[in-house]
Design a binder for this molecule. Structure first.
Ligand code: AMP
Ligand code: ZN
Length: 139
């Protein structure tokens, strides 16, 4: 079972019928709509599986979101088989930090999970924040 972006740029399911519910969720998801090209974004990187774009309300001079192109709601939904994908999210963030010129002084990577974790958009995303001193307090 899996997901794909059709030539008409809509999110389609390429697996079993049970995933129809997830297709509908993905159609509504703002980040899936960015992946599908339905909502504009300032894209800074993409490959077959991952997309990175600038946050619309940046909290630092560099604020990039790195996401899987497939709809994964949060860290809570990850499977063991997606461990490599998550590792690549971090590697892409590391590479973008260098490209953005913030690697030398340092940067913050953050993933919010669920309402109390501060997650607003229900599509897994890694925040890359840099270009200013980060607050010591995380909460
Ligand atoms: P979180 O609170 O971890 O779910 O973060 C969601 C982030 O997505 C916030 O920093 C928002 O500013 C950002 N965001 C929401 N909609 C968009 C969008 N259309 N394009 C870029 N960033 C967005
Ligand atoms: Zn999504």
């Amino acid at each position: 079972m899996g997901w794909a972006i059709s030539k008409t740029k809509s999110v389609i399911c390429v697996g079993k019928a049970q995933c129809i519910k997830r297709v509908k969720m993905a159609e509504r998801c703002v980040f899936c709509r960015i992946v599908a090209g339905e909502i504009p974004a300032d894209i800074v990187y993409q490959d077959e599986d991952l997309l990175a774009f600038r946050d619309i309300m940046p909290q630092a001079p560099t604020h990039v979101l790195i996401i899987p192109k497939t709809h994964i709601t949060s860290v809570a939904e990850l499977t063991e088989r997606q461990a490599n994908l998550v590792g690549r999210l971090i590697i892409v963030a590391r590479n973008l930090a260098k490209k953005e010129g913030v690697a030398g002084k340092g940067y913050r990577l953050a993933i919010n999970c669920g309402p109390e974790g501060g997650q607003v958009v229900p599509h897994l995303h890694l925040h890359l924040l840099g270009g200013r001193q980060m607050d010591a307090k995380l909460g």
